[in-house]
Every structure is written in C-alpha cells, then in structure tokens.
Design a protein around this ligand. Structure first.
Ligand SMILES: Nc1ncnc2c1ncn2[C@@H]1O[C@H](COP(=O)(O)OP(=O)(O)OP(=O)(O)O)[C@@H](O)[C@H]1O
Length: 344
C-alpha cells in the first residue's frame, strides 16, 4: 500500500525525515511519533504535495513524484489543522470537495449525504461550520476525505482536540471506514494507546527515523504474567496479600498491585497452584487472566529489542504486560505522565 526507500526530507534547519524505509500492507495502519517526529511531512510527500530531498516513495504502486495527481484521485486526505470555511455548511463544503475530485453534481450530492450520514452528522449538516464543535469539524474533515470513495485515506491526527468520548467515537468511525467500506487507513497520532485499539499495524517514528514497524498482534501477544483477583474474607481481610504469601511459599514470583496479584507464569502448573492457593484459603477467584503486551512497552528501555532512542532515561516499572506502564508518556527527557502520549 505504501512503500518508501531511504526517504529523506531536509528543511534548512532540520531533517524531518532521515532515510526512512517502510513497506506497509493494506489495512488500518497507525503512524505514531512525538510532535515533530515527521508524520505530517511523510503524509505530504506521500500525497505528492511536498518533494523529498532524497529517496523514493510509492503509494498504491504509484510513484509520488511522477504520479501525484493519480495518487490524489485514489487517496483521501484529512489534514491536521482546522481548514474549514466558517460560513458554509458541511453539505456545501463536502459537495464542493466531491466536485473538485471530479464527481458529477448529482453523484457529488448523493455521496455527500451518504458520507455525512456515515460520520454521524445529521441535521447539523445544513448549518454553517463556524458554529460546529471540534468533534463535528473533525467529522466533516473525515467526510471530505472519504467522499470520492478512495482506496486509501491518510488521516493526520484525527483525534486532536477531542475529549475521551469524542476520541473513542472517532476511532470507532476510523475502524469502520475499513471494515464497512474496505478503505485502507493510515492514521497518525502521538497517543500510543489509541493505535493499539484501532490499528492492524503500527509504525513508530522518531526524529524522522524508523523505530519500529510491526503488526499490533505481535505487539500485543500474550505475556507470561497472570493477573489474579480474589475476594476477601473475615479471616483474610486482604485476600490478595494472603494468596501472595501462599504463592511465594510455593516458589512462584508474584507481587500485589492493589487488589490485583501479578504472577509470573513458570509453566502450566502455575494456574493450578494459584487456584489451589485461593481455594485453600477459602477465598473466591474473581479473575485469572493472562496479560497481553501493550504497545507503550516498546518504549521501555529494558525490553529486548526496544528502541533506546525513545525510551532513553525512562524508568521501567512493573512486570512486563501488567499494563502498569501502558499509558505512560515517554518524552525525550525521559519523564512520564499518564496521558498516553509521546511528546517532545
Ligand atoms: N515547512 C517547513 N519548514 C521548515 N521546517 C519544517 C516544515 N515543516 C515541518 N518542519 C519541521 O520538520 C519536523 C517534522 O515536522 P512534522 O510536522 O512532519 O512533524 P509531526 O510528526 O507531524 O509533528 P506534529 O504532530 O507536531 O505536526 C519538525 O521539526 C518541524 O518543525
């Protein structure tokens, strides 16, 4: 779907892309990186709107330098920044964009109505966009990217400025663009957690270079950590602590994380040992599940093969796969917060 080879973009004072080589298959693909990592620059080159300093890129098999207009016919683009004229309605704007893409007037009106319905804009579609909320504006931007029925859409930070509910709705919409219409998606974000839930494949860039390109399934494969939750009883008011002592006495590596017990799976018998310890204490087993990796862990410096650049200086906490670092922020200074973002 997208292939680049040693793609480089130099601005006078900064190298935005540095010998980036990618080969991305169709599907929903996340492009994640800190602000300034080079995401928007890559999208503009892929659309043939900006020239690379060096290297090559192909989109849907088409060369970005010589076949830019053919790419733009078959690809939709949702820009990052607000670009909507305030005094026209969503319907007028999206019809206009459809006409610009070459659709005849009647088809443009029909496609506009369908697309705006798909993104969840109803009566509001006749009101001037100046009065729209951020979420509504993002939906219009998505609709105009879809209206000419592209094979691929490039979405630049579509969840920017949205609250958590709005973000979830937008991510659901993006997923449906692929499942309902078969349109492939390249979506950028600086929020790792978002892409984990939405994308089939994630590409991570930093300072214009590739850190990782991997399927989400590979990122989120099962860990060797068992999360266990137990009930309390009169005899054991802190059930988790009681079970923890039993498990440690049985030679298992485990720790308590609030009400949750995190147990390292030694082998198949670990499951039986946990069950026996819980029942032996007369407690109830609320939950016992094998944890999955979270994409954010790729920023942990102690993970095998983890990129050092993004995680430099970051402190790793918890057992891998426990999710205790999943929504951490990794900055270039190596500090963390709970926003799930990667920022400069
Ligand atoms: N037209 C330009 N002229 C000079 N430098 C630029 C230009 N466009 C981008 N840059 C620089 O190139 C680098 C990459 O920018 P880019 O916008 O591609 O990053 P990004 O990952 O999309 O980040 P953001 O999410 O903040 O837009 C940044 O250092 C930016 O300042």
């Amino acid at each position: 779907m997208i292939a680049t080879e040693n793609l480089t973009k130099r601005y006078p004072r900064v190298t935005a892309l540095d010998r980036l080589t990618l080969d991305i298959a169709p599907g929903v693909v996340g492009l994640v990186g800190a602000n300034g990592a080079g995401k928007s620059t890559l999208i503009k080159i892929l659309l043939g709107l900006s020239a690379a300093s060096e290297g090559r890129a192909r989109v849907l098999g088409l060369d970005v330098v010589t076949e830019g207009s053919r790419i733009r016919e078959r690809v939709g683009y949702m820009p990052e920044h607000d670009c909507l004229p305030p005094d026209v309605s969503a319907t007028e704007f999206v019809v206009h964009m459809a006409r610009m893409s070459g659709l005849p007037a009647s088809a443009a009106r029909e496609r506009t109505a369908d697309t705006l319905r798909h993104v969840g804009l109803y009566e509001e579609r006749y009101r001037p966009m100046g009065g729209y909320s951020t979420g509504m504006k993002q939906r219009v931007k998505l609709a105009q990217a879809l209206v000419h029925d592209p094979e691929l859409v490039l979405l630049d930070e579509p969840t920017n400025g949205l609250d958590p509910v709005g973000r979830d709705e937008m991510l659901g919409l993006i997923r449906r663009v692929h499942t309902d219409f078969g349109i492939s998606v390249l979506v950028t974000s600086h929020l790792l957690g978002e892409l984990e839930r939405t994308c089939d494949h994630v590409v991570v860039i930093d300072g214009g270079t590739l850190l990782r390109s991997q399927s989400t399934a590979e990122f989120t494969q099962a860990t060797q950590t068992l999360a266990v939750e137990v009930t309390d009883s009169e005899q054991h008011p802190h059930g988790a602590d009681a079970v923890l002592s039993e498990l440690q006495a049985a030679g298992l590596t485990a720790l308590a994380d609030g009400h949750l017990l995190l147990v390292e799976i030694a082998d198949e018998s670990t499951f039986d040992t946990v069950r026996d310890a819980v029942t032996g204490l007369g407690l109830g087993l609320v939950r016992m599940e094998q944890r999955r990796h979270r994409i954010a862990e790729l920023f942990r410096p102690d993970e095998v093969g983890a990129p050092a650049a993004a995680g430099a200086g970051a402190t790793a906490v918890g057992i891998p796969g426990t999710g205790t670092t999943a929504d951490a922020t990794t900055t270039h200074e190596g500090s963390r917060s709970d926003a799930g973002a990667v920022k400069h």
